[in-house]
Design a binder for this molecule. Structure first.
Ligand SMILES: [Zn+2]
Length: 75
């Protein structure tokens, strides 16, 4: 693991949808740094909720990968 990944706060369970949304915010910030790339996503990260506030799918997952050390994180 590189220094970038060590700073990531890993959440094992999401007690509520809002926790998931804040975790997604963290993922977006990581992607914005340019050090991470999306490896797998069930839907676009900015479209997990549609304009009516509905989740895009029953199960949503985003996997990002560190470009430096290759560590993957699933959200
Ligand atoms: Zn890393």
């Amino acid at each position: 693991m590189c220094d970038n990944c060590r700073n990531i706060k890993v959440v094992k369970r999401f007690p509520s949808p809002n926790t998931y949304l804040s975790a997604l915010e963290q993922v977006k910030e990581l992607l914005a740094t340019g050090n991470y790339e999306i490896e797998f996503a069930t839907c676009p990260i900015d479209k997990v909720k549609d304009e009516n506030g509905y989740w895009c799918d029953d199960s949503i997952a985003h996997k990002i990968k560190c470009k430096q050390c290759g560590t993957s994180f699933i959200c």
